[in-house]
Design a protein around this ligand. Structure first.
Ligand code: GSH
Length: 272
């Protein structure tokens, strides 16, 4: 079909449905982007300990949430979904900047968030003792890189990574960073020291104060209960005192511990 403004807007008007999980920061990214763009969507909660046939059919490759279905077509992978939303609805609250280099830079730091920072934070959560100390050092090294970008680099002088308003990197980094406080509480390990990372700290404060973010992030008590359950399970599986995932691939993604049977050890991962 020829791509005209008319049929493009018809396509954009097709219904949106999100398959997600309530404690999944990847799901929160998509919920937040949909809210920022003011888009109506239906939501299907997945039990990650017992995934629906529909989820497996929609995301046969990774079998994970989130999956966004738009007009009957399914799209997995949170960052790809966010970019799709921005491509399909470029006018309302653009998430990516107009400049090609700035767009690429935002994508680079999103990759960093998923490739380096997230796994390091997950490793702190899933370990104890020396393994945990090493993981904390990794988190601090990664936060120092972000702090340096905010202080002297690409994002210098900005309230948000996206500028005056939140953009792609804010959504990606922000939906994940609220876990830092939860993990601090559960592990007793200090991760974000406001003195060491003042700009990151103040960015996170501003991000968490946004109405759309407050609407998206579950209540802290619920997250704490969930995180305590997952940590208990991880450490239990690893054997007393010798924490699980020295594996940093571990992803907290299973359904709430209280609501779902523990997943097999091999499936346990700490993605934030
Ligand atoms: N790279 C994926 C990660 C998604 C992901 O890890 N989802 C978790 C929930 S937070 C999941 O579905 N886990 C179930 C599983 O691993 O089987 C994205 O960005 O969407």
């Amino acid at each position: 079909m020829e791509k005209t403004p008319e049929n493009a807007s018809q396509a954009a008007a097709a219904p949106l449905k999100l398959f997600g999980s309530w404690a999944s920061s990847y799901t929160h990214r998509v919920q937040l982007a949909l809210r920022l763009k003011g888009l109506e969507f239906a939501y299907a909660e997945e039990d990650l300990g017992n995934k629906s046939g529909e989820l497996l059919r929609l995301n046969p490759v990774y079998k994970k949430v989130p999956v966004l279905v738009h007009g009957g077509r399914a799209l997995p992978e949170s960052v790809i979904i966010l970019q799709y939303l921005d491509d399909a609805w470029p006018e309302t609250r653009p998430l990516l900047p107009a400049d090609a280099f700035d767009r690429a830079l935002a994508r680079f730091w999103c990759h960093f968030a998923d490739d380096k920072l997230g796994p390091a934070v997950g490793a702190v959560f899933a370990s104890t003792g020396e393994d945990q100390e090493a993981a904390v050092r990794q988190v601090h090294e990664n936060l120092a890189l972000i702090e340096a970008e905010l202080r002297d680099g690409a994002f210098r002088g900005r309230r948000f990574f996206g500028g005056d308003d939140v953009g792609l990197l804010d959504v990606v980094l922000g939906c994940g960073s609220y876990w830092l406080a939860v993990f601090e509480e559960v592990t007793g390990v200090r991760l974000v020291d406001a003195d060491a990372f003042p700009l990151f700290h103040s960015w996170l404060h501003d991000f968490e104060a946004l109405d759309e973010v407050r609407e998206t992030i579950p209540a802290i008590d619920r997250l704490l209960e969930y995180a305590r359950g997952v940590r208990h399970m991880l450490l239990g599986l690893a054997g007393a005192g010798d924490a699980a995932a020295s594996s940093t691939t571990a992803t907290p993604t299973e359904a709430p511990a209280a609501a779902a049977p523990p997943a097999p050890a091999a499936d346990i991962a700490v993605d934030i």
